[in-house]
Every structure is written in C-alpha cells, then in structure tokens.
Write a protein that binds this ligand. Structure first.
Ligand code: GLN
Length: 189
C-alpha cells in the first residue's frame, strides 16, 4: 500500500491528510527524520515558510528532507512551494533548494493577498478552482521544469520537474481531489 507523508511542523497538513485518505492512501505525519523512512512520497503544506524553515532546522530535518526530495515524489503547496525552490527573489531563509524555480513570496501584495480563480491546468480536463492565500509565484523556471498553469509568463502557479510538483495555491481547501490524484499518479510514472 502507498504511504504518503505530510510535513506536519506547521500549516494546513491535516487537510492534505484528509484528501489523501479519501483517495485510499495511508498517511504519516512527518516531524522527525525517521518518519521519512516510512513513506513513498511527501507533501509540504502551506503555512508560513519562515516558521516551517525554522522548525525544520531545529528538528534537524533540512538535510533529510533535501535527500528525500532529490529522489522521491515531493509536492510543495504555497509555503511548501517556497520551501522547494532553488532561488527566492528577496528573502533569506532556510529552504531545501531542490527544484529549479525562482519564487517570489507574497507576490500578490496586500491588496489582493487572497483570491480564488478557475485555472486551466495542463493534465486536467476541466478548470480547477484554485484558492490563493498570501500566495507566492514562480517568476522563472529552469529548462527541465514543465509549467502546468500560469496567470502570465512571469506568474507561474503550478509546475512540475520530474518527481517534483509545486503549486502556489491550496488544493487541499476545496472538494476537488484531482490534483492529489495527479500527484499519486506521479508515483507510478
Ligand atoms: N505567505 C506565506 C509564506 O511566505 C505562504 C502562504 C501560504 O502558504 N498560504 O510562507
């Protein structure tokens, strides 16, 4: 049986677990390095990336998470997208630096820090209702990164690089489980 870990230091990890359980997958809350040995794939949830980074540093999780994400399916949503990135536009904070994307935190500014929109995502037949909460965006991606949806050429909101997936919005907060299914399908690609 497939077991998917959800990084459970801070943020919306319970909602991701519920979605995965609906899809018939066993979940593990990842808080310590040894939890990574029990899982086939990992989700890094939304929340506050600086807090997730600080807690991951104190729990000595940065290196183990980096090793895991270098080879196993890993999906970062929102703060998780920031955490996966190789480059951040202005901030200096602990990140894993495993995915070839440049990310701008809080990219939509205060006036529209939260909004919802229907996104056409490549690989999904129908639009996906995406909830953005003080969301980041990827402003640039490397050659091997496939852009799955963008609001403009420098506003990339979901992208894939092989076994890595990053989305700027919160797919765990809507009823739609198609992106969680997409991620599970990556385990057999
Ligand atoms: N603004 C948060 C950060 O910079 C991310 C917000 C989210 O995960 N919803 O970490």
């Amino acid at each position: 049986m497939t077991t998917v870990g959800v990084l459970a230091l801070q943020g919306a990890f319970i909602e991701h677990e519920q979605k995965l359980q609906q899809l018939g997958v066993k979940t593990v809350q990842v808080r310590l390095p040894h939890h990574l040995t029990e899982i086939d794939a990992l989700i890094i949830p939304g929340g506050e990336s600086t807090t997730i980074g600080k807690l991951a540093t104190s729990y000595e999780l940065i290196e183990p998470l980096k090793h895991f994400a270098q080879t196993k399916p890993t999906w970062g949503t929102c703060a998780g997208m920031i955490f996966l990135a190789s480059r951040l536009e202005q901030h200096h904070q602990p990140i894993l630096g495993v995915m070839d994307i440049t990310v701008d935190r809080n990219a939509f500014g205060r006036q529209v820090d939260s909004f919802e929109t229907d996104l056409a995502i490549s690989g999904l037949d129908e639009p996906f209702h995406a909830v953005f909460i003080r969301a980041p965006i990827a402003t640039a991606v490397g050659e091997k990164v496939e852009v799955l949806a963008q609001l403009s050429p420098t506003q990339i909101v979901i992208a894939r690089e092989g076994h890595l997936l990053a989305s700027a919005f919160h797919p765990e907060l809507t009823d739609d489980a198609r992106l969680h299914q997409y991620f599970l399908d990556m385990l057999s690609d």
